[in-house]
Design a protein around this ligand. Structure first.
Ligand SMILES: Cc1cc2nc3c(=O)[nH]c(=O)nc-3n(C[C@H](O)[C@H](O)[C@H](O)COP(=O)(O)OP(=O)(O)OC[C@H]3O[C@@H](n4cnc5c(N)ncnc54)[C@H](O)[C@@H]3O)c2cc1C
Length: 380
């Protein structure tokens, strides 16, 4: 058993951290205040290759695997502080590009992937509805087949990137009575007549990542824009969620590493009564706990990434990975703030923003309770 990254992965992780530090961190505090998405940052990520890490070279991507993705995104999280932008890139890759890559027709791949990789197009994923939330298979958005098109009606909420998106992955019932097996998945262009995108919703954290409702009023979707077969949307959603839950926390491991580094430094330099606060056992133990949570989180991340790189099913493992890392990440953010005392509470130090950003991770990609439901249902 070998737990080490190879030389190429180490180089990619290092250059990702350098890139993020140089290109993504300008004015984050101000953009966070204004809930402003950085299109320049988005384009810089695409030029660096982030949007194309998992996409084959024939479509303009890097053709790398899930472990490479985890390593690169860990580097991005370590060097970059625009957590909202990084979250937007993750959503674009993991829940828009992945379903097209795995289930799209050749024509859809050829048409959309190069633009989604180059940064020209932004993708969003619209599954959640206001009245169904975690109970996603009781969605009411419908798609009715008519000749060579489907008529889409309904509305979605909390769609990351929607305010700036050019294309949407939309889940809709093609046969409501079949529940899970009556769900289908469509690629829907923003220009589609009858599609309206709501205003950016103001949120507590990840404020530089835009999010909104999307509504469909008799939208005519070409039948060629279905991903996979009619009725296979539920299975596709499960496949996509495994990729998202397995990999979306990779950048947060980088953030946890950066936070730990700065807390260790602070514990040395902050002196009270002539001694460093790191000499207080209460502070030293917090740092030990942060390190253990970071290391166990990292092990879970790379185990999940390895499983997906081997094309293995990993429903339980990816749910556990998402659950454990998000809760650890939040806990480390809280400890970091405590170590910094009142300075940690001040906006200038960035720690309160990290906590606000981290708290979102207990909701997106399924809440912590839903991850526990998945895990327990598979072992009980
Ligand atoms: C930052 C952010 C980005 C997001 N991006 C997207 C996106 O791009 N696309 C998208 O489709 N959605 C997105 N979401 C929505 C997210 O997936 C949902 O918020 C999530 O699935 C929960 O749904 P809900 O908020 O309606 O909560 P509800 O389902 O109403 O849950 C309310 C509470 O009840 C608990 N609960 C619900 N059901 C059960 C159960 N069966 N057992 C135990 N407890 C339960 C929940 O855990 C929660 O604590 C995003 C959310 C956030 C915060």
């Amino acid at each position: 058993m070998d737990f080490s990254l190879n030389e190429n992965q180490i180089d990619l992780k290092k250059s990702a951290a350098e890139f993020a530090e140089k290109k993504l961190n300008d004015d984050v505090e101000e953009r966070d205040r204004k809930s402003e998405f950085s299109r320049d940052g988005w384009n810089a990520c695409a030029d660096f290759g982030l949007q194309g890490i998992l996409v084959p070279e024939q479509f303009g991507g890097m053709g790398l695997n899930a472990i490479d993705y985890a390593a690169i995104m860990e580097g991005i999280g370590y060097g970059g502080t625009d957590n909202g932008l990084i979250f937007s890139v993750n959503a674009h890759v993991l829940v828009c590009i992945i379903p097209i890559l795995h289930h799209g027709s050749d024509a859809l791949k050829e048409k959309y992937l190069p633009a989604l990789v180059s940064g020209k197009m932004i993708g969003a994923n619209a599954m959640t509805e206001a009245d169904s939330g975690s109970d996603m298979f009781s969605n009411s958005t419908s798609a009715e087949k008519k000749n060579d098109y489907y008529v889409l009606n309904g509305s979605k909420t909390f769609a990351t990137n929607a305010p700036v998106a050019d294309t949407f992955i939309v889940y809709a019932a093609t046969n409501k009575s079949k529940g899970f097996f009556g769900l289908s998945c469509f690629l829907v262009d923003r220009e589609t007549e009858g599609l309206t995108v709501g205003n950016n919703m103001e949120k507590m954290g990840l404020r530089t990542s835009p999010i909104s409702d999307v509504a469909f009023n008799n939208c005519k979707i070409p039948a060629t824009h279905i991903l996979g077969k009619e009725g296979s949307g539920g299975i596709m959603f499960g496949d996509t969620m495994e990729w998202e839950r397995g990999l979306i926390m990779a950048s947060c491991i980088g953030i946890m590493e950066r936070q730990l580094y700065s807390c260790r430094k602070y514990a040395h330099v902050r002196k009270l009564g002539n001694q460093s606060i790191g000499k207080f056992q209460a502070i030293a133990h917090k740092i030990a706990d942060m390190k253990v949570r970071l290391e166990t989180s990292r092990l879970m991340l790379y185990k999940a990434a390895w499983l997906k790189s081997q094309k293995k099913t990993a429903t339980l493992e990816t749910a556990a990975t998402k659950l454990y890392i998000s809760e650890s990440y939040i806990q480390n953010c809280r400890e970091a703030m405590k170590i910094y005392g009142a300075y940690g509470y001040m906006v200038e130090y960035g720690l309160e923003r990290e906590l606000r950003d981290a708290l979102a991770s207990q909701y997106y990609s399924g809440t912590s309770e839903i991850q526990k439901n998945i895990i327990s249902s598979m072992i009980l």
